[in-house]
Design a protein. Structure first.
Length: 378
């Protein structure tokens, strides 16, 4: 730290530990109502060096005898100030414990503990097209209550616009795990051969889908008389120059994902979905995929907690004929147990054509980006 500007805030005390920053050259504390009146005068008239010296010997007038104060005295002064501050904060201990209890929780299920782990095999064809993919399974999401599903879908859109940089950095896809047959293959296929059933559409060849979307985009521009287009049409340029298109295919040959354009209607998540298969793909880097997956899992934990705490009524339908015949609240004790249990994140292995491990997510080093906001049970 070389420059620190915390002027015009509501600080009443300045921590003495600030004096231990060896490279701090400039500090601005003006405009704060400090309890130490001498320090308050100093911040308006003295140089940074003098202010740090004053803090170094403990402040509150101790600077008068700084020539006679040895290191042990300085440390004693600092210790007293720290103890005083800790004592002052001890009243908040109960609140801190409460916050820790209320912290978002997820449980990691390791490959070794999973009797039937999902595996994704990467085809050599994908290397020049969109080489990076990270996957995992999340179990225990509550999408039945109220607007939980809408909130989840809206969160994905926001992540695509924000951290995914409008899908130029990476693309997220979420699927109903129960509708997927593993193992999966991450492949690249010619547009004239790749068949996909896009969300809300019938099965179509990728080449024809892209042409259809281009025509729709032109129509949108004419109607709205502007350059901007919405929906899938925004991402068509990401396929420019690609001889083959990326796709994720299940064991039955069903294309469940066509990044960065669309998921498949066949594996679409619904209100009855509680177990999800997540994928993040990128043409940029593997670390971007991991960072975005970290953020997605954190967002899912937040949404689940919000849904459970707000006790929204269970919706009868999500506007589509996709509800199962499972009775609502058939087993109240089971529902209560589900509400108390954390989300479970199952590890998924990504391997090459020879079965060699390429990526395991989440590994011990993953979820560090969001670790301060999550309690992770490994």
């Amino acid at each position: 730290l070389q420059i620190l500007d915390v002027s015009n805030n509501e600080l009443s005390e300045i921590p003495v530990e600030l004096a231990d920053c060896p490279k701090l050259k400039e500090i601005n504390l003006r405009g704060n109502k400090l309890k130490d009146k001498r320090l308050e005068k100093m911040v308006n008239s003295c140089q940074t060096k003098s202010i740090l010296e004053y803090l170094r010997v403990g402040g509150r007038g101790s600077g008068k005898g700084k020539g006679k104060t040895d290191n042990s005295d300085k440390e004693e002064i600092r210790k007293k100030k720290r103890d005083k501050r800790q004592k002052k904060d001890s009243g908040d201990g109960e609140q801190d414990m409460l916050e820790e209890v209320n912290k978002l929780m997820i449980k990691i299920l390791h490959i070794a503990e999973n009797p039937a782990p999902l595996v994704v095999k990467v085809s050599p064809n994908i290397k020049e097209v969109r080489p990076y993919i990270v996957c995992c399974v999340v179990k225990g999401m509550n999408l039945k209550q109220g607007n939980a599903l809408k909130r989840f879908l809206s969160a994905q859109i926001k992540l695509h616009e924000d951290i995914c940089e409008r899908r130029t950095a990476a693309t997220i896809a979420t699927h109903d795990l129960q509708l997927i047959k593993g193992p999966l293959l991450y492949d690249a296929q010619p547009p004239s051969e790749l068949k996909v059933t896009p969300l809300g559409r019938k099965e179509i060849k990728a080449k024809d889908l892209v042409r259809q979307l281009q025509l729709e985009a032109e129509e949108q521009r004419k109607q709205k008389k502007r350059q901007n287009v919405s929906g899938l049409h925004k991402y068509l340029q990401l396929l420019d120059g690609k001889e083959n298109y990326p796709c994720l295919v299940d064991a039955e040959g069903v294309v469940i994902s066509f990044p960065p354009i669309t998921n498949s209607e066949r594996t679409k998540i619904r209100k009855t979905t509680s177990d999800l298969f997540l994928e993040v793909t990128s043409g940029t880097s593997l670390q971007i995929c991991k960072d975005i997956m970290d953020t997605l899992i954190l967002k899912m934990a937040e949404l689940n907690k919000f849904t459970l705490e707000n006790k929204e009524e269970e919706s009868v339908s999500d506007g589509e004929s996709d509800m199962t015949s499972e009775p609502v609240n058939a087993n109240p004790s089971q529902n209560a147990e589900q509400e108390q249990s954390p989300l479970t994140v199952e590890q998924v292995r990504v391997v090459d054509a020879d079965g060699n491990l390429k990526v395991l997510y989440p590994s011990k080093t993953d979820l560090t980006l969001v670790s301060s906001l999550l309690t992770i049970i490994r």
